[in-house]
Design a protein around this ligand. Structure first.
Ligand code: ATP
Length: 533
């Protein structure tokens, strides 16, 4: 479930009262690249387009182009492999986007899921009140009630971005509605899911009974979510249709302190920004998980474990450590049922922003569904020989589109020496794994033979047009890690040149060994420097 609902619950309460396979070059990508420049680049390279642009577009909706689709699919596959397929304690599901509306009543979304908006009284443009205040006053306003936001606006005479007076803040529900069936009425009203997580709770019992899981265990899901955001902006960062990759991790209610995997995370360094540090206006501080646990920064080792695991996932795929930090929610941001919540944040060009929320949700959701559906959600724990309603000790909830941006920003490098942009994408994420290039058109037959040999195993690109330098540059800009050049020697010696994107170095490889060499280079089983020359 989401941070947004947590915020709404807060308001309700208030009312009541690994390893990096290939290190990136030291100089790194240009951090001066704005999100607008990134959107222009993504469109130019066929990664992402504004949706239905021929009709003027639609705010908050995007279409992934040929290379963006590949990159996004690779990212999702890597997440699924590492979070589901390679783990014995997590299984995956793929739930429906529309479900019985009672699901969203029980979860609280139908009533509570929203943000607080203010209106420019002159232009009638609408803004998210907390975002407007954060930008105007440089304070954290996430989770504040409409009343508190209204007070801040009045006391500080906050105006709209156009300089006009603002309306009183008011609640706005973000759930998209639709009608199911041939009759359009209140009875046929349904919701597009605002998060993938609720389907995990409604299927909890089915999954438990059919997958031989034992506590502690997780259920994962990735897929589309829809939110009628008040002010979608910053390109893919805040869309109205987006994708999430979420896990609900269930434990025995009395075992918050026992995480059997914590040793795997102990050495991981995290830039910690605890609630206490924020309250005392201190800077975030780097510490290992081991140190942070010793200092009791985390209430449960599970939180430390999941934050470290999630950060490691990004770093192993080439993201840059210095752009990550973990921020704990302050008391006024927490839902009443949540004892702790941390965000994995990324340093976007416009500041540190949430990339992934990891909340402790206790048994709130299962209890809600138990109450509303009148179905028993408890399970038998073999170890303690008890029937229990498990607690969700952590709910890692990550946006696919925000992750896409992270990998793009950390890979983007306007390389002045080469005179072209280089995307230093991890080979596992790169849309195209290898380009096959005949040095001159006369060599097309041989080059096509090489391409034909590779294309069923690796996503390859065949390019015959332009100078070889121009073709290398085009591939650098798409992050293609390897270019295979077929030259006149290839005809006699049955070998080709592999050019590595990262170093521009070249190595000669027998055509017979090419497929296996490229496979090993892409998976990281072999480094380019280790190719026998
Ligand atoms: P924010 O405070 O930025 O609105 P949130 O707290 O509402 O985010 P969650 O409900 O916790 O976000 O959702 C989990 C994850 O889903 C987020 O960390 C983010 O990566 C992604 N996400 C949420 N809303 C959007 C959106 N409108 N567009 C793209 N990704 C989103």
């Amino acid at each position: 479930m989401s941070g947004k609902e947590a915020k709404k619950e807060t308001k309700k309460e208030a009312n009541k009262e690994t390893r990096q396979d290939k290190p990136l070059p030291k100089e790194g990508p240009s951090k001066s690249l704005s999100i607008e420049d990134m959107a222009v680049f993504c469109k130019r390279k066929g990664l992402v387009y504004p949706s239905s642009e021929i009709y003027g577009g639609m705010a908050g909706f995007f279409d992934y182009g040929p290379y963006g689709t590949e990159l996004k699919n690779n990212l999702k596959n890597e997440w699924w492999k590492s979070h589901v397929q390679s783990r014995e304690d997590i299984v995956g599901i793929d739930g429906s986007i529309i479900s019985n509306p009672k699901v969203w009543v029980a979860s609280g979304h139908a009533e509570q899921f929203g943000d607080i908006l203010v209106e420019d009284l002159k232009t009638h443009e609408r803004y998210r009140a907390d975002v407007l205040i954060e930008e105007a006053l440089k304070i954290q306003a996430d989770g504040l009630s409409a009343e508190d936001l209204g007070k801040l606006i009045k006391e500080n005479n906050v105006k709209s971005p156009k300089g006009n007076s603002l309306s009183e803040p008011r609640k706005f529900n973000l759930m998209f509605t639709t009608n199911v069936g041939p009759v359009q009425s209140e009875e046929s009203k349904a919701y597009l899911r605002a998060e993938t997580a609720q389907i995990i709770f409604t299927e909890f019992k089915n999954v438990f009974e059919t997958s031989r899981l034992k506590l502690p265990f997780g259920i994962a899901q990735m897929g589309k979510a829809f939110r009628n955001e008040i002010a979608p902006r910053h390109f893919l960062f805040r869309c109205r249709e987006f994708e999430q990759m979420e896990i609900e991790y269930f434990i025995h209610p009395k075992k918050h302190g026992e995480c059997p995997y914590i040793d795997e995370a102990m050495a991981e360094k995290l830039m910690v920004y605890s609630a206490e540090m924020q309250e005392k206006k201190q800077e975030a501080k780097e510490m290992t998980v081991k140190d942070a646990l010793a200092k009791k920064v985390f209430k449960s080792p599970w939180h430390a474990y999941w934050l470290a695991t999630e950060q490691k996932w990004f770093l192993n795929l080439g993201a840059r450590r210095e752009n990550f930090r973990i921020r704990q929610h302050k008391k006024d941001e927490l839902a009443h049922y949540s004892s702790d919540c941390w965000d994995l944040e990324y340093r976007f060009p416009w500041g540190w922003k949430e990339l992934e929320g990891i909340a402790d949700r206790s048994d709130f959701d299962l209890q809600q569904h138990m109450k509303h559906s009148k179905k028993d959600m408890s399970i038998y724990d073999e170890e303690t020989k008890e029937k229990v309603v498990p607690h969700v000790v952590a709910e890692p909830s990550l946006g696919v589109d925000r992750s896409f941006l992270v990998f793009m920003f950390d890979a983007y490098d306007d390389d002045k020496k080469r005179g072209n942009i280089v995307l230093h994408l991890h080979p596992k994420l790169a849309p195209i794994k290898a380009a096959v290039l005949p040095l001159v058109n006369k060599l097309e037959d041989k080059a096509k033979e090489v391409y034909g040999m590779l294309k069923n195993d690796l996503f390859c690109f065949y390019d015959r047009s332009g100078s070889i330098g121009r073709r290398y540059a085009r591939m650098d800009e798409l992050g293609t890690p390897f270019c295979v050049t077929v030259d006149f020697d290839s005809l006699e010696k049955e070998d080709v040149t592999i050019r590595e994107r990262e170093t521009t170095e070249q190595a000669r490889v027998k055509i017979n060994d090419l497929k296996e060499t490229l496979r090993k280079l892409v998976t990281g089983e072999m480094q380019f420097k280790d190719i026998k020359r």
